[in-house]
Each structure stands twice: as C-alpha cells, then as structure tokens.
Design a protein around this ligand. Structure first.
Ligand code: HEC
Ligand code: HEC
Length: 421
C-alpha cells in the first residue's frame, strides 16, 4: 500500500478508485472533522503532573519502577509480578477473562497504556492515583499476596534497589531486626500478618508504610511513560485534516469509514468513548450482567466509598499533594442510583490485544460486544444507560472493522517494554 502512489499504475488505480467509489474520500462536515480531531492521538495533551507524587516525572524513579514492575520476588510465592497480568506484548493485559495471581481475581486485567491520564483507577475507581493503585495488588491475597514489611526488606537487602531507592527518596533505615520488623506484617485480612503489624510500634509502621508508598510512586513513574502510539485511525484523521485524498484512501477502506460513521452516529458510542483515548474516564452502567453464579457487582457505588477512605488517597499523609489538589476526590459523589452497577469506561485503543472484554471478561469477541450494545439488555442491578441500536448484521461488521483500526504501537522507551536486564 505504501508504494502505491509511486507507480504510474498505482496513480491511475487510485484515480479510478477515487472516482469510481467516491465514498472512500468522505465529505466530513466541519462539525464531524472537529469530532474526528478530538479523537486523534495528536489531540492528547502532555501528561499533567501528579501533585500527589513528587517523583512522578523523575527518570530514576521510572527506572526503579520498571524493575519493580517485573520483579516476581515482590510476591508471597515468588511467582507473581505486575507484568504477570500486565504483559507488554499483550498491550499490558493477560489474555484471560479473569486475572490469575496467587489466587483467582474476580475481575479482568485492563491495559495500563495511557491510564496515567485517568483520575480514577480500577474498574470501580476505588483508587485516585496511579501510585496508590499499585499498592493494592501487592498486598491482595489473590494477586501478589505479599506484605509491606516483606517488600521493604527486599528493597533494603538488594544492593541495586537499596542504592536506587536512596538516590531518589533518601536514606533507608536498617530493617534487619526481625523482632522489630517481622518478615510478613501488614494491615490486611490475614490474621497472622495483621497481628504482626499491630505488634509493631506506630513509628516503625509509619517507616514501613512510607517505603511502601514510595515503591508505588516509583512504579507510577514507570507507568506514566507507557502511552499509546498512532494507530491507522490516527493516520486517517491526519489525512482528513490535511485534505489528503490519497492518504485517506490508503489508510481507510469503505467499511472502516462506514464503521466510523456508525461509531459517531447511530451507535452513539461517543457518549462515553471519546477523546484521544476513546474514554471519558467516567463510570457508566451498561446493563452487563456478572458472570453466571457470581453476585452482581455494584462497581462504582462501592469503589467511590473505598477511594474516599483509602489509606493512600490524595488527602492522606503519604500523598505529596496539597488539599487544594484533591478536588476530584473531595467532590466525588458517593451516593446516587447511577453509581450502582457502573464501571469505568475503558479505552478502545489496541482492542485486538486486550480481549476478552469488559470488567469480568464476559464477552470474548468484538462482535459479541457490538451485538450486546445493539440489544442493550435491561440491567439486573441499577439502570442501564443504553438504548437498543437497531444495527444490521452488516453494520455490526463495519463497526468491528472500524474498532480494529484503533490498534497501534506502544509509545514508550524501548527498554521499558521488556524485563530489565
Ligand atoms: C493477578 C493479576 C494482576 C497483578 C499481579 C496486577 N494486576 Fe493490575 N489489574 C489486574 C486486574 C484484574 C485489575 C482490575 C481490578 C479491578 O478493577 O478490581 C487491574 C487494574 C490495574 C490498573 C488500573 C487500570 C485502570 O484503567 O483503572 C493498573 C494501573 C494496574 N492494574 C497496574 C498494576 C501494577 C502496577 C501492578 C503491580 C504492582 C499490578 N497491576 C498487578 C490484575 C493484576
Ligand atoms: C453509556 C456509556 C457507554 C456507551 C454509550 C458505550 N460504551 Fe462501550 N463501554 C462502556 C463501559 C462502562 C464499558 C465497561 C463495561 C463493563 O465492563 O461493565 C465499556 C466497554 C466497551 C468495550 C470493551 C473494552 C474492553 O477493553 O473491555 C468495547 C469494545 C466498547 N465498550 C465499545 C463500545 C461501542 C462500539 C459503543 C457504541 C456501539 C459503546 N462502547 C458505547 C461505556 C459505554
């Protein structure tokens, strides 16, 4: 395709293609061009600072975070790292319906690409920063299944970690005294770990939790560099904005154009999937049921309450933000029927690699997802915001073809897409 325009036959073919099938070079109206531009990757603003994380843009912190992200020692059984469930070659997902760590996780692993732009983390938004999000799985018994004293001791005893940490955050204390700092202590559900934790002095607990929160901040500095690169859709929009008919034809075929029209028109997808990441980062009830034999998931209704009381929230002592920086958390609504059964709108970039779909991997193909929207079933919990779409089978296919154009490379330093050497 790239060379087509450089051969005479190609030029002639392109001319005839353009005249014979005028639908390929679309007449997008001014308003439509504005919409397309708003979804274009070129409209993604530079990532704003995270005021709750003073090392969010520190290159050394990202380096340390990269190591931590891939390190299986940071788990209860030495076998689980962040990268177990967020694999770079699967767009930082795992290909499973439900995640599998030390145990079975009741939700599907979402991508982390571009999530640094989101004000809320997890499907239910129970965390309000990327660094505090990272601290959830590490102590979750079904994910890393570790404890914060165990993690802090690894940092102190591994010479490379020790140096990297001190260069960024300052002097690490000596944690070798196992009576003062038990090897597995944390304020978690496990009775033994909790007893060990409450047996420590308040000052020692504070010391450990400070180190733990700094680990999250380093991991976040790494994740903030994992961003989406331009997809074929972005090339097409560029061609539209430049009025470059040849390039438009090169990047999108008729079905893809029709699918795009449905996406912004009859499909009403852009009510929630908008902006360059194709998400409004908000929570919606789509009427999707939980998987059979599991209780219905209340989603955001519980998530927002957890976020408000989270030990590592923007307003916590471990956050670097001022009160004035925490408006999103302070003013988040905690009650309201619309929160029940609502989940965070996911990005639609890189869908070929993020299957299966939805918060519990309920739908295995894109066609299944589009057919689900087409039916718009009544919600078992709360109220669905969707209306049936009346798409024909052909339109379902076109919409799928359009969604597949949103795949693109990951924009990140190359070394960061593989385990550290
Ligand atoms: C056992 C698999 C597993 C491991 C290990 C794991 N995650 Fe996740 N991750 C998930 C699942 C599942 C979710 C969604 C959970 C939910 O919403 O309740 C998630 C959610 C996230 C999100 C939120 C994305 C969004 O759009 O809100 C980020 C970011 C993330 N993980 C990063 C990490 C980091 C960093 C680590 C390591 C400290 C990690 N994960 C370890 C499975 C895992
Ligand atoms: C009312 C808001 C809303 C509308 C309208 C909407 N979506 Fe979604 N979309 C969501 C939410 C929320 C989820 C996650 C739902 C869940 O997991 O329970 C989602 C999930 C998805 C997913 C799965 C992505 C993944 O990685 O799991 C795809 C694909 C998708 N939507 C495409 C579409 C298309 C195509 C349309 C239009 C036909 C559309 N959406 C309309 C809010 C919406």
């Amino acid at each position: 395709m790239q060379w087509k325009a450089f051969t005479i036959a190609g030029v002639i073919a392109a001319f005839f293609a353009a005249t014979a099938q005028p639908a390929q070079v679309q007449d997008w109206s001014g308003a439509e061009r504005d919409i397309l531009k708003s979804f274009w990757i070129g409209s993604l603003p530079p990532l704003a600072k995270d005021p709750s994380n003073h090392v969010g843009d520190n290159a050394n912190a990202a380096k340390l975070g990269h190591k931590l992200f891939f390190d299986k020692r940071l788990s209860g059984n030495g076998e689980v790292a962040c990268a177990t469930c967020h694999q770079p070659d699967k767009a930082f997902t795992d290909g499973l319906p439900l995640a599998q760590g030390m145990g079975a996780v009741p939700r599907h692993s979402p991508t982390i690409i571009g999530t640094a732009y989101s004000p809320w983390f997890f499907w239910d938004g129970r965390k309000d920063s990327q660094w505090s999000q990272a601290l959830g799985p590490m102590e979750s018994p079904v994910e890393h299944g570790g404890t914060r004293t165990h993690f802090a001791k690894i940092l102190v005893s591994d010479p490379a970690y020790h140096k990297a940490y001190e260069d960024i955050f300052g002097v690490l204390p000596d944690l070798l005294d196992n009576r003062r700092f038990p090897s597995a202590a944390a304020p978690i559900d496990d009775a033994t770990a909790r007893a060990a934790w409450t047996g420590m002095t308040a000052a020692d607990r504070q010391t450990i939790t400070r180190i733990y929160s700094n680990m999250g901040k380093a991991i976040s500095a790494y994740e903030r560099l994992i961003l989406p690169g331009p997809s074929r859709f972005d090339r097409y929009v560029e061609a539209v904005l430049n009025d470059d008919a040849n390039a438009q034809e090169q990047f999108f075929n008729k079905d893809e154009i029709d699918g795009l029209r449905l996406f912004i028109g009859k499909g009403n997808c852009t009510q929630c999937h908008n902006g360059p990441l194709l998400t409004n980062n908000d929570f919606h009830n789509t009427g999707l049921s939980s998987i059979a034999d599991t209780p219905e998931d209340v989603g955001r209704a519980a998530g927002v309450k957890s976020a408000k009381t989270d030990e590592f929230s923007c307003l916590s002592q471990f956050s670097d933000a001022d009160d004035g920086d925490c408006g999103e958390l302070k003013f988040a609504k905690v009650t309201g029927a619309e929160l029940v059964g609502s989940f965070k709108t996911p990005t639609l970039r890189n869908l070929t690699q993020t299957a299966p779909y939805m918060h519990a991997g309920q739908l295995s193909t894109l066609v299944a997802v589009i057919e689900f929207y087409n039916r718009a079933p009544t919600a078992k919990l709360g109220h669905s915001e969707l209306l049936p779409l009346d798409l024909t089978a052909r339109e379902v296919g076109q919409m799928e073809k359009f969604l597949l154009t949103l795949d693109g490379p990951i924009s990140a330093p190359r070394d960061y897409l593989a385990p550290p050497r």
